[in-house]
Design a protein around this ligand. Structure first.
Ligand code: SD4
Length: 290
């Protein structure tokens, strides 16, 4: 059933969707809803995959990726940025206050300070301890997401029927220094087309980038597929390029103009959260492998 307004996000980030709903219910814009929604997870120290408290790269530095996109197709992103708790808000400033779409590394950080964002040490004692333990064996391989929290990608439709999306992450744990995943790449980790719908991704970003996954899903919806069918096709495209490979997880979620939603993933374990007048749900989509 189509319900507007609505907010959905990857994984079971119930506090984030609750925040987004609060904004939407008051008549706020989808853009404000997704920004304020994902900020909840960026600030949550217990979440080791987004924002403050995120796992560092293999050199011990926490580097954050985020992007945001509005109803008019405007977008902004920060890549591999350190010391700033809310990369999504910096991405929004890139979108609104600069002629650019992406700022990376030191440039992004400097821009954030100029905009008044405080410098924050993002490496918690726990994340540091885990990283030091990891360094003892230093395996560098992709692992299937078993934990139930990860990159947050959020999509929302406001009372005007306008769509926006946001995606924010500390990226793959113990990644190479300088590594950027799909999450801050418009079209890969997130895409919004206000005429059609929006999609966002979580999981091993390299595979999402290779298929420009979120853009693909929005285009499939434009061709008439439901959000569910489009997400399934997106995952199938990735699996066609990785025949027989089972060592990675990817989850996509999508929403169309009517507020219909869908999700699909490579392995069981992925879920997405949905909040509308119908209620607050944890949805467990089907997966490519059982
Ligand atoms: C990335 N997609 O950096 C993000 C992180 C993630 O499971 O979702 N990891 O590739």
């Amino acid at each position: 059933k189509a319900i507007i307004p609505i907010a959905i996000c990857t994984w079971n980030f119930m506090n984030a969707t609750a925040k987004a709903w609060e904004v939407l219910d008051k008549g706020g814009s989808a853009l404000d809803a997704v920004e304020q929604g994902v900020m909840v997870e960026e600030a949550d120290l217990s979440n080791e995959t987004v924002g403050n408290g995120g796992r560092p790269d293999r050199d011990g530095n926490v580097t954050l990726d985020a992007c945001i996109m509005d109803k008019d197709g405007n977008c902004g992103a920060v890549l591999c940025m350190e010391n700033i708790e809310h990369p999504i808000s910096v991405a929004r400033k890139v979108m609104e206050d600069t002629p650019h779409v992406m700022l990376a590394g030191k440039g992004a950080e400097q821009f954030a300070y100029e905009k008044g964002f405080p410098k924050v040490n993002l490496l918690t004692e726990k994340a540091k301890k885990d990283w030091l333990a990891w360094k003892e064996t230093s395996k560098y391989e992709t692992i299937i997401n078993i934990e139930n929290h990860d990159t947050i990608g959020m999509l929302a439709i406001d009372k005007n029927g306008d769509i926006a999306g946001a995606c924010t992450t500390s990226g793959m744990g113990y990644k190479m220094a300088g590594r950027v995943g799909d999450s801050p790449i418009i079209g890969a980790g997130l895409f919004v087309d206000n005429e059609v719908g929006a999609a966002t991704a979580t999981g091993v970003g390299e595979e999402v980038v290779r298929t420009v996954g979120s853009f693909l899903i929005v285009e499939l919806m434009r061709q008439g597929k439901s959000p569910q069918e489009a997400c399934e096709e997106g995952v199938k495209r990735i699996m066609a390029k990785n025949k027989g490979r089972k060592d990675f997880q990817i989850g996509f979620i999508a929403i169309n103009k009517k507020g219909e939603t869908g999700g699909y993933c490579v392995h069981p374990g992925f879920s997405y959260r949905s909040y509308s007048e119908e209620g607050h749900f944890d949805k467990k989509p089907e997966s490519f492998y059982q």
